[in-house]
Design a protein around this ligand. Sequence first.
Ligand code: LMR
Length: 331
Amino acid sequence: MSRPVRVAVSGANGNIGYALIFRLASGQIFGPQTPVSLRLLEITPFLPNLQGTIMELEDCAFPTLADVQASDKAEVAFADADWVILVGGMPRKDGMSRADLIRANGPIFTGQGKAINDVASADARILVVANPCNTNALIAKSHAPRIKPENWFAMTRLDQNRAASLLAAKAGVNVGQVTRMAIWGNHSDTQYPDYKNARIGGKPVTEVISDHAWLEETFIPTVAKRGGAVIKARGASSAASAANAALAHVHSMVNPTAAGDCVSAGICSTGQYGIPAGLIYSMPLHVTDSKNYKVIDDFVVDEKARQRIDASVKELTDERDVVKDLLGPAI
Ligand code: LMR
């Protein structure tokens, strides 16, 4: 077996955490030859419950679980982490937008960004799941000048999965037939699920699905508002599907993307497609090897798509203004 990959998870005792850590430990994400060392961060009152989850992890007898420790201190939990998955934060309730959480959750990310800067592995990669994830990632990243900007991600894989699933259902095909399903922008209602560049069975979606009005008027808002619909139906925000998306994100980032496909994630823009540099903005990515990715540069952006992309830029710029007192030197 190779050296363990160390994965820190914040909010480990929550619903997403519970759905996440067993699959991380099982070898499913990094493979059967890579042991996983888990570091679980929780607030102090939940540490006793988390001990119960650790007992369950032990009882699973995963050969790939090297060790597991819990802590209520980010500086302890994030030490030498190769991956940090930031799940902890207040979830939204029915009737709220994700941005309504900004002042409740934003401050968590100043301390966590500093802790990552101080103690995580120099090559650590960080995935922010807690909402509003793009702006939380921006805050944390701004306090971590030691970590490369390209190592920060905000999770839009859940939107990508939702979009692929919806297109597959409409076309009556298996979801594996949907490729190049990019999400642009914020993990919010302004996101743009880009059906125009996506493929079904290798063909443009607009050739396979003739109902173009459905694509523009139903598909886009259904994907963008799906998190709210889940909250309404379940009485709680998505957990298993969010955990699944976080795991899919990590798996996708350590394995090359299949030719002709893409993965979506909020990354620190360097100006691609005219997105202002520094914003954490979701784009189509191609992972080249276990450590590197590039933004795919041949997506066609027509005028309508541009308007949608710009609307999400505007929203993220506004969110950045709301948290400007929380931003650190590496903005
Ligand atoms: C989701 O998209 O399901 C999550 O981000 C939770 C939420 O508040 O929508």
